[in-house]
Design a protein around this ligand. Structure first.
Ligand SMILES: Cc1cc2nc3c(=O)[nH]c(=O)nc-3n(C[C@H](O)[C@H](O)[C@H](O)COP(=O)(O)OP(=O)(O)OC[C@H]3O[C@@H](n4cnc5c(N)ncnc54)[C@H](O)[C@@H]3O)c2cc1C
Length: 392
């Protein structure tokens, strides 16, 4: 009986007139919004055809350290996004790499945002510019039909000329529409702990800390301490990033984070550790198929620092360019998407940081980390006008 009813409902869905859309973006995180805003700038007529489908409702929770760096700020400038979510300004970043801590200092080196607020504001600004975003509508299934993509959601069925998967590291669009077996997955764990701002150096000195010392315990990444305010209360966002870019023994992330909390006098049992993966980019990865493109975490970000907000924003102009060319030439194969990424500043950053990660996290090169610290020091001091020093 139940089965018959389910078939009947399915039948009704298929008989319904499908809404035709030129461009559907799945996901309204920074990557999805950046594609829509980029299209607004470069192809206004096409942008009017964009529909963003989002399974959650903003402001929604997103597990993230919230570190917004210079590259992200550049893209936000290019997209003429107003900074209405100030976040917590960071004037110094301390790296524990070799024997002595290495510190970089400059006003507003980066800022720490709450992702729920940051993303909700991007969505608001996109809506003001006329982008249509339907929240609480999850994409459940995708398939090909007559040279288009059929998108079934929790509410409707659409037929799209182009689908852009901006649906995060566990992307359904990738799983359904792009055949790729590679894993390329980094692991992250994070907690937010309430602290007294006056007694906490990260707040007093507007400082973010990245600690690479657990490289000796098989970690291919770092532990971080980021200061931020949640509901006007000072919190430390503490987490661990393991790029896993090299085949090697796995670090025990839970143990590393627990030790870290205990070393700061915090109880690991009172706070819930939450985990989420990231995917990293490789130049020969598969990021498109006919009528389909991937952006942001759904495609892949950089595996050295796991900096994904800026990468997600950076995919926007590249995907918009690919979509614009497709409509101009009536060629929706997207065969040149990897090349477009490679030619863009995004691709250069993704590749540079992937190479750094390959060597930085190579166990055989561990004895050289002190030397690497000096190289970093020289690089940042000369090129970026950032004061850098080794702390005695
Ligand atoms: C613990 C942790 C800490 C991090 N810290 C930092 C940091 O400090 N700085 C930094 O730069 N990066 C950080 N990152 C990475 C960063 O969070 C991501 O790279 C970034 O969010 C990617 O943006 P995105 O738009 O591609 O995906 P997301 O932000 O994940 O957005 C995807 C959107 O798609 C929606 N969606 C998913 N599936 C569906 C579906 N089926 N239908 C409809 N909608 C769907 C989701 O609800 C979501 O809104 C961190 C990541 C983790 C896990």
């Amino acid at each position: 009986m139940r089965l018959r009813r389910a078939r009947h409902i399915r039948g009704l869905i298929f008989k319904r007139e499908m809404e035709k859309r030129d461009i559907i973006i799945v996901g309204s995180g920074p990557a999805g919004i950046s594609v829509a805003l980029s299209l607004k700038q470069s192809a206004a007529a096409l942008a009017a055809e964009v529909l963003i489908l989002e399974k959650e409702q903003h402001p929604r929770h997103k597990l993230c350290g919230g570190g917004v760096t210079e590259f992200a700020e550049q893209i936000l400038d290019d997209l003429q996004v107003e900074r209405r979510v100030a976040g917590f300004p960071i004037h110094r970043v301390r790296f524990h790499i070799g024997r002595k801590p290495l510190e970089f200092a400059r006003e507003n080196l980066m800022r720490i945002v709450l992702r729920s607020e940051f993303d909700a504001d991007l969505v608001r600004q996109a809506r003001v510019r006329g982008v249509e975003i339907r929240e609480n509508e999850a994409v459940l299934e995708l398939g090909r039909q007559d040279g288009r993509v059929q998108v079934k959601t929790s509410r409707d069925v659409y037929l799209a000329r182009v689908v852009i998967g901006a649906d995060g590291a566990r992307s359904l669009v990738r799983r359904k529409m792009i055949r790729e077996n590679a894993t390329r997955v980094s692991r992250l764990l994070e907690v937010a702990v309430k602290v007294n701002a006056e007694e906490t150096p990260e707040f007093r000195e507007n400082m973010a800390v990245l600690d690479f010392r657990p490289l000796t315990q098989h970690l291919q990444g770092y532990l971080w301490d980021f200061p931020s305010f949640i509901n006007n209360e000072a919190h430390l966002n503490i987490g661990v990033f393991d790029s896993r870019i090299r085949e090697d023994r796995r670090a025990d992330l839970r143990r590393l984070l627990t030790h870290k909390l205990e070393a700061r006098g915090m109880s690991s049992t009172e706070v819930g550790l939450m985990g989420h993966p990231e995917r990293w980019f490789v130049p020969n990865g598969i990021y498109s198929s006919p009528n389909v493109l991937l952006v942001g975490d759904a495609a892949g970000i950089e595996p050295w620092l796991g900096e994904g907000i800026s990468m997600a924003l950076g995919y926007g102009p590249v995907a918009a360019d690919a979509v614009k060319r497709a409509f101009e030439t009536n060629d929706f194969s997207f065969e040149n998407y990897n090349q477009l990424i490679a030619d863009n500043r995004l691709g250069k950053l993704l590749n540079r940081n992937r190479l750094i990660a390959r060597y930085f996290y190579w166990r055989k090169l561990r004895p050289l980390v002190d030397g690497l610290a000096s190289v970093l020091l020289a690089h940042f001091t000369e090129k970026k006008g950032i004061a850098a020093r080794l702390i005695e």
